[in-house]
Design a protein around this ligand. Sequence first.
Ligand code: RFL
Ligand code: PHB
Length: 400
Amino acid sequence: MSIQRTQVAIIGAGPAGLLLGQLLHRAGIASVIVERQGGEYVLGRIRAGVLEQTTCDLLDEAGVGARLHAEGLVHGGIELAFGGARHRIDMHTLTAGKHVTVYGQTEVTRDLMEARHAEGLTTVYEASDVALHDFDGTHPCITYTHGGSAHTLHCDFIAGCDGYHGVSRASVPEGALRTFEKVYPFGWLGILADTPPVSHELIYSNHARGFALCSMRSPTRTRYYVQCPLEDKVEQWSDAAFWDELRARLDPAAAEALVTGPSIEKSIAPLRSFVAEPMRFGRLFLAGDAAHIVPPTGAKGLNLAASDVRYLSRALIEHYGDKSSAGIDHYSDACLKRVWKAVRFSWWFTSLMHKFPDTGEFGQKLQQAELDYLVHSRAASTALAENYVGMPFEAAGHPV
Ligand code: RFL
Ligand code: PHB
């Protein structure tokens, strides 16, 4: 049995936990990260690929932006495919010069892990039975099992960065939490392949057979998705079946240009919108997927995790530096304002682009009318572009 102490105990070594640890370290605040899985397992999860400018800025602030700037692909637009043609949304022009960067979550996680390792900071991988205690008082702690023995970590604060299925949100007493949820009646089947991207920008396709997305990780590695029934199992989908289905959902020019190859990874993700309120309980803060989930259509999941971490790191730095609790007290409200904007955008974009089993031809006609309006109205295109590149933060740290 070992007993240790740190300032901030972080549960979860995903992008939220690692980024928080790095930002705190640079401000001289000590943290220990406790993670259920091994490091290689965390790196093996293929997830998000699009970073907002504010996320890139935060990675710079954390001192891990070098490879992102060298290898990240700057995108000033996206393409919407429907009715057999593609239409470009020029985000760069519509948002007065903003863009997104295509850089995989795996790479973000790797950069953060390496920086943490280089600084000699503690991450406990393969920790089991993590439990949170006394976060409603002034002396919280967490307990866990590692290497067959029991450990207690005393701390000032606990950051619950342990994702949707984590222990942190589940530790909050019933009745203290309100949850809001929408489950979508389909999933995304995704594959990763070493093939050149079909287009130099992302293609979001609305098709009578269902939604498709052509994304990428580099000029030689693609990440493609097709909407699939929730019941589908990954084993049912051969590579050939995936490529046929993707090709069928693209406009003729893209279908013709599509280069196929063996998949490196293939997985199915369900789509869900979920928010837990509030995001703070005494000395416990929830951040990232532990507090909220969005369907991936708007590419907001990872960016929201970064935005929570931005607020939380600033709040804790203010607490230790200025002895002020203003940031801590404002944390939940500040995050949730931004979270709900991303939840709305992701829901809207999902609703516009997917085939819904229950809305029938009427629903499809409405989607076609809205898509046509969207690509021909500067006002509507601007609303999409503004949300896609990410909402700005106000100077005072409060979201617009
Ligand atoms: P993560 O990445 O889930 O990390 C949480 C970490 O906590 C660990 N953990 C525990 N550790 C200790 N004790 C416990 N009891 C624990 N329980 C869990 C986990 O092992 C894990 O390492 O959450 P974080 O850091 O908040 O980051 C959020 C992002 O990962 C997430 O928002 C995005 O990846 C969402 N998402 C996508 N977002 C996009 O923007 N574009 C995408 O294409 C996209 N695809 C996805 C996704 C999320 C998926 N999930 C969660 C199933 C595809 C999938 C499959
Ligand atoms: C991805 O590259 O994995 C990706 C890109 C954009 C999205 C979702 C996923 O909206």
